[in-house]
Each structure stands twice: as C-alpha cells, then as structure tokens.
Design a binder for this molecule. Structure first.
Ligand SMILES: NC(=O)c1ccc[n+]([C@@H]2O[C@H](COP(=O)([O-])OP(=O)(O)OC[C@H]3O[C@@H](n4cnc5c(N)ncnc54)[C@H](OP(=O)(O)O)[C@@H]3O)[C@@H](O)[C@H]2O)c1
Length: 333
C-alpha cells in the first residue's frame, strides 16, 4: 500500500526538493500544497508527475486541516521573507506600529502554530517534519534579540512541543542550513571586482565562522526522507552538506572556477549594505554575530543532531560540485 506525503511550500526551494525526492520513491504519493493551484509553478508540479496539487494557505487552519487529511507524513516550511518583502506588509506593519521584520516574525510564528494545530487533527499521521531554526534570543541568553526569522520558527516549534505532546512524539525538526544559493540570490553578498582584479564577496559577519552550508534545493528532500523513513522521531536535525567557514567556501570557488575571489566582512552600517533598510541591517548583523558567538544551531541547545547521527545516512554531492553546477556568468564576466 502506498503512503502519502503532504508538502507545504511545494512550489518553493525546500518543499520543491522534498517533492522531487518523494516522486522518486515508488511507495509514496505526493500531495503538493500551494496558495494558487493554477499558477505556472503549480502546473510544473503536475507536469513532473505530482499526484495531487491542492490549494491551501498557512494563514487558514481549516484549509490546512483539509489538505493534511490522509497524510502519513507532512513536510512544512513557513516563509519569513515573502511577507517581509511583500509591499502589502508595509501598511499592516505601520498600522501595528512595528518594523516590518517584527511583523513578519509574528506572522511566521502564527503560520507555524497553524501547522501544529492542523497536524494535531490529522488522523493516521505518522511523521511531521517541521522546518525550523534555533531560538537566537534564547540560546544567546538575550544578547541577540533581532533575529526574528530564526526566533519565529523556534517559537512555533516550542508551541507544538508544549501543546501537543502526542504529535511531538511523531515530529522531527529540520533546521535547514545556510543556503549556498544565498551567495547568488542576495545582491549584497554578490562579489564586486576590485581594482586589483579580485572579486570580493561580502559577508555580514566573521568570515572564519563555521556555517552549516547546504544546497537546500537538493538536500532538503534527502534529509526529509531520512527522517521520515527512520523508525524513531523526536529529532532536531541541523541539516547541511558541509560545516565550513565562508572564507574556505570562497577559496573553493576560486580554485574550482579559476577566478581570483576573496571575501570582505561588511561592517554594520557600512557602505556594502547599499539600500538595505535599517531593520534588516540590525537583523542580519545580529544573525551573523549569533552564528559566531553561539552557533547557527544554538550550540548550547542539547537537542540538535548532525547528519552523521541519523539512523539513515544521507549521501550528498560536495560543495565543489554545487559550485560547478551554477551559472556564474553574470558574476564573473
Ligand atoms: N536562505 C537561507 O539560508 C535559509 C536557511 C534556512 C531556512 N530558511 C528559511 O526558508 C524559508 C523559505 O523557504 P524556501 O526557501 O523554500 O521558500 P521559497 O522558495 O521562497 O518559497 C516559498 C514557499 O512558501 C509557500 N508559501 C508562502 N506563503 C504561504 C502561505 N501563506 N501559505 C502556504 N504556502 C505559502 C509558497 O507557495 P505558493 O506561493 O505556491 O503558495 C512557496 O512554495 C524562510 O522562512 C527562510 O527563513 C532560509
């Protein structure tokens, strides 16, 4: 008998990776959730062979309850950045008297709680994989309080743990590592060519801080599969393909592509921030300092496990292979 995985965020990076992995599993059927089942992204899912594409929103618990029905496994991801950058958020945040990132964090926390509320009503559910991150305020002992996109996910998971002990026994948290693609997608991290011919990447923190680097578009599915098929739940996985500082990553870029590449730390409020708004500068600065002082996963938190600790081992390509796959032409011309 086949099993059903329901994937929140199926049209996006993390959920898309989970869809791809489970489509290759003969014993599993995939139900993809999206807010718009008629979009081009939804059509692509159908063309790939996704068994069902269903409309549901993280903002509407009843739609999640309907969409989760019959699931043996659920993968969920919440989205801080979509609402943060959505122009429709500005009037809402202004009306609430909040900076946009505070509003987006509260919004994401509410969406995460909706996932737990709906999953708790799902009969026959065997596994919930909740994409979370560490609680920076908590694990920094109150030193870094502006990492809203981490804290919101962590607070939703804390709610799930406290409110639904039975569901929690079937839940794994996956903390997806720092996306390698951030280098290409965040304009302020992109390298600038200096007078000496060196392409300098920018990074808003100490460049020798080890980070859990991941190709989220490939790795999320592989780790989710390992968590779903393993006999025990209750894991808090920090998911990555390499535990590596940015300066080592840039050295590999240099070596692999044969370009002169370097890295510069962005100073808080410094020129490299360009037109990044004040609330985001504060958030990213705290975020990088948190990584350096307390670890991406909150290293004093005893709960995270590393890929090597999983019951089912995950084999992933290397960082070098990811670099070779990317189109760098717009950067190194
Ligand atoms: N960049 C990093 O290094 C990093 C690392 C770890 C974690 N993260 C976290 O990853 C999250 C984003 O995940 P991603 O990269 O997979 O996102 P993404 O590629 O931007 O896609 C967002 C997905 O969320 C869905 N979605 C958004 N709002 C929704 C709603 N209200 N109801 C239902 N679905 C909704 C979208 O579906 P439709 O548009 O089809 O409805 C889409 O599939 C963020 O919260 C971020 O903090 C990022």
């Amino acid at each position: 008998m086949s099993k059903l995985i329901v994937v929140v965020g199926a049209t996006g990076t993390q959920g898309g990776s989970v869809v791809d992995t489970f489509l290759a599993e003969p014993r599993w059927k995939v139900r993809a959730l999206t807010r718009n089942a008629n979009s081009a992204s939804a059509e692509k899912l159908r063309a790939k062979g996704v068994h069902e594409v269903v409309t549901a929103s993280l903002d509407d618990i009843s739609s999640l309850v309907r969409a989760f029905k019959g699931a043996h496994a659920i993968f969920s991801v919440t989205d801080f950045w979509g609402p943060y950058y959505d122009p429709a958020t500005t009037p809402k945040a202004t009306a609430a008297g909040q900076p946009k990132n505070v509003w987006a964090g509260q919004n994401e926390e509410r969406q995460g709680k909706n996932v737990f509320d709906a999953a708790a009503q799902t009969e026959g559910l065997e596994r919930l994989i909740f994409s979370g991150l560490s609680n920076a305020t908590k694990w920094s002992g109150g030193k870094y309080t502006h990492v809203y996109h981490f804290d919101s996910k962590a607070r939703a998971a804390e709610y799930g743990q406290a409110t639904y002990p039975d569901l929690w026994k079937k839940t794994n948290i996956i903390q997806v590592g720092f996306y390698l693609s951030n280098i290409l997608t965040f304009p302020f991290m992109r390298p600038q060519k200096g007078a000496d011919g060196v392409y300098n990447f920018s990074f808003s923190g100490a460049t020798d801080t080890k980070l859990p680097l991941t190709a989220a578009e490939e790795d999320t599915g592989a780790f989710t599969r390992a968590l779903v098929v393993s006999p025990s739940a209750g894991k808090n996985l920090i998911a990555y393909r390499a535990w590596m500082p940015m300066d080592e990553f840039v050295a590999i870029v240099s070596q692999t592509l044969g370009v002169k590449a370097g890295i510069k730390a962005m100073s808080p409020g410094g020129g490299a921030w360009g037109d990044i708004p004040e609330d985001l500068r504060e958030e990213l600065t705290d975020n990088a300092s948190y990584f350096a002082d307390f670890g991406y996963e909150g290293r004093d938190d005893p709960s995270p496990v590393h890929p090597k600790d999983l019951d089912v081992q995950v084999r992933l390509p290397s960082v070098e292979e990811w670099i070779k796959k990317q189109d760098w032409s717009a950067i190194f011309n």
